[in-house]
Design a protein around this ligand. Structure first.
Ligand code: FES
Length: 110
């Protein structure tokens, strides 16, 4: 992998299924979510107001903003419910040798 754009965040075993964890990667707030055995990275700010998504609940492949209840798809960052209408950036994740890396330089706008 090209290590240049990926930032090391933590060991895979430090993540708990369904429990988001907040990290800073190159000045970007990122919420890492392990769900269904897969790791996702989503920008840690709701697109509706400046609220940390790491403090929300994980439901399948979505994280729910605790303030007004919009859920965001962790694969696309798209809101699944109102009031949020804009997607939240999601970032590519790599797990290599038990280490989790994120590339915050390439938001996955899908
Ligand atoms: S702040 Fe997240 S849905 Fe309103």
């Amino acid at each position: 992998m090209s290590t240049s754009t990926y930032t090391y965040l933590c060991r895979f075993e430090a993540l708990e299924e369904g429990v988001p964890r907040r990290f800073e990667a190159q000045g970007v707030a990122v919420s890492l979510v392990l769900t269904g055995g897969e790791v996702f990275a989503i920008h840690d700010v709701c697109s509706h107001a400046a609220v940390s998504l790491s403090e929300g609940e994980v439901e399948g492949c979505a994280v729910e903003c605790w303030l007004h209840g919009s859920r965001f798809d962790l694969r696309s960052g798209k809101p699944l419910d109102p009031p949020a209408t804009r997607p939240v950036p999601v970032y590519p994740v790599r797990v290599e040798d038990g280490s989790v890396y994120v590339d915050v330089t390439t938001p996955d706008e899908r």
